[in-house]
Design a protein around this ligand. Structure first.
Ligand SMILES: *Cc1c(COP(=O)(O)O)cnc(C)c1O
Length: 387
């Protein structure tokens, strides 16, 4: 699914030099490397403020804290996403309100958001899943309308852009489309660092100030704490490495898009549903995710032929045991439930060659060719008819 070793050969020397530079200074937390990385990110994405933090999860937590989300508040978010989106809300004593997603884009369904709004709604988290932006205009519109009638302070929109760095939405960058955005630099993300890392982006000056304070235990001056924050700081070594890797982001994104275009062509005759790209969207294919029948048999078939795959995600969040106390286990999210059974992500990383994509596609084709399909039906019948 990834070939970070081959990627490293493309920028290894520059990374070594950057690390060496930080070692010379013996300053390991914050400082010029972090400031330089923040500035480079603002420049690349066209954001007003970038606050580097310790992980994507902490970016979500810190952004929610900066927005004042806490006990009694409700935060609307998609049930089909990585755990951190909801975990961060829950940890603050607020209530994650899970809603269903669009069956084509897999992103939060604005119609469902609208239905989930209550007088307690404090924020909406839109996840740009697999690298394609959610329908931000519709979501911002709902937030704006609700702000006029709801809680004082209004309804904020947070983008969970952990999977979408470099994606655009009607020409604007993911990360600049709401009140605040959260990025992750986990090593497997499109801009992956050498360890944990994350970032909050925002256009709002006061939010950036508060996020910076929260990142450092809420310190407003030396040992002066106006609020309780955490240690959400980013290490200098990691920032220096990320600045080097940022130079390669656009090239790597191009390669992911090229792989996706090749899959789209080679899988056009196969009975699977290929990713849908909504109008005005330019995704970055953090994952190339198809919908298919006989998903688990397909995965085993591919595994036998040396092709790794992933299932993101097998269980919708409203069904997770840890949220049982919210009473959301019986909420109906039929689209997400079906996606959990049918999604499979194929390798799409930047180091794949054209031949690699051809090979993966040919294996998928082979699996769904007549003979195989018959075998599967027979095998399924033998197992008791589960499909
Ligand atoms: C990876 C990810 C996160 C969390 O980021 P970490 O850096 O791993 O803490 C949050 N949301 C989504 C959608 C992610 O993919």
């Amino acid at each position: 699914m990834l070939d970070l070793g081959s990627e490293f050969t493309l920028y290894g020397d520059a990374v070594r030099a950057a690390i060496e530079g930080v070692l010379e200074t013996q300053r390991f937390v914050g400082g010029p490397p972090v400031e330089a990385f923040e500035a480079a990110m603002c420049e690349r994405l066209g954001a007003a403020h970038a606050v580097a933090v310790s992980s994507g999860t902490d970016a979500l937590l810190c952004a929610l804290m900066a927005l004042g989300v806490g006990a009694g508040d409700e935060v609307i978010l998609p049930t089909f996403t990585f755990f951190a989106t909801a975990g961060s809300v829950f940890r603050l004593g607020a209530k994650p309100v899970f809603v269903d997603v669009d069956p084509r884009t897999f992103n939060i369904d604005p119609g469902e958001v609208e239905r989930a709004v209550t007088e307690r709604t404090r924020a909406i988290i839109a996840v740009h899943l697999f690298g394609q932006c959610a329908e931000m205009d519709a979501i911002n519109e709902i937030a704006k309308r609700t702000s006029e009638t709801g809680l004082p302070g209004g309804v904020a929109v947070i983008e969970d852009a952990a999977q979408a760095i470099g994606a655009t939405y009607h020409g604007r960058s993911a990360g600049t489309l709401g009140d605040a955005a959260c990025l992750s630099f986990y090593p497997t993300k499109n801009l992956g660092g050498c360890g944990e890392g994350g970032m909050i982006l925002t256009e709002r000056d006061e939010l950036a100030v508060v996020a910076r304070q929260l990142r450092n235990h809420g310190q407003t001056g030396p040992y002066d704490h106006a609020m309780v924050g955490g240690n959400f700081r980013l290490d200098s070594l990691k920032a220096a490495v990320l600045s080097v890797k940022l130079n390669h982001l656009d090239g790597f994104t191009k390669r992911r898009r090229r792989n996706a275009a090749q899959y789209a062509e080679l899988l056009s005759e196969v009975p699977v549903t290929r990713p849908f790209v909504a109008e005005g969207h330019q995704p970055v294919y953090h994952q190339y995710t198809i919908l298919c029948q006989h998903r688990d048999a397909l995965r085993a078939f591919l595994q036998d032929r040396g092709v790794g795959t992933g299932v993101f995600y097998p269980i919708p969040l409203h069904r997770q045991k840890c949220f049982a106390s919210l009473g959301c286990g019986t909420v109906a999210c039929p689209v997400a439930e079906r996606l959990c059974e049918q999604v499979v992500s194929l390798p799409c990383h930047p180091m794949l060659s054209e031949e690699d994509v051809e090979y993966v596609s040919s294996c998928v084709c082979e699996f769904y060719s007549g003979a195989r399909a018959e075998d599967m039906t027979t095998a399924a019948a033998a197992r008791g008819g589960e499909g």
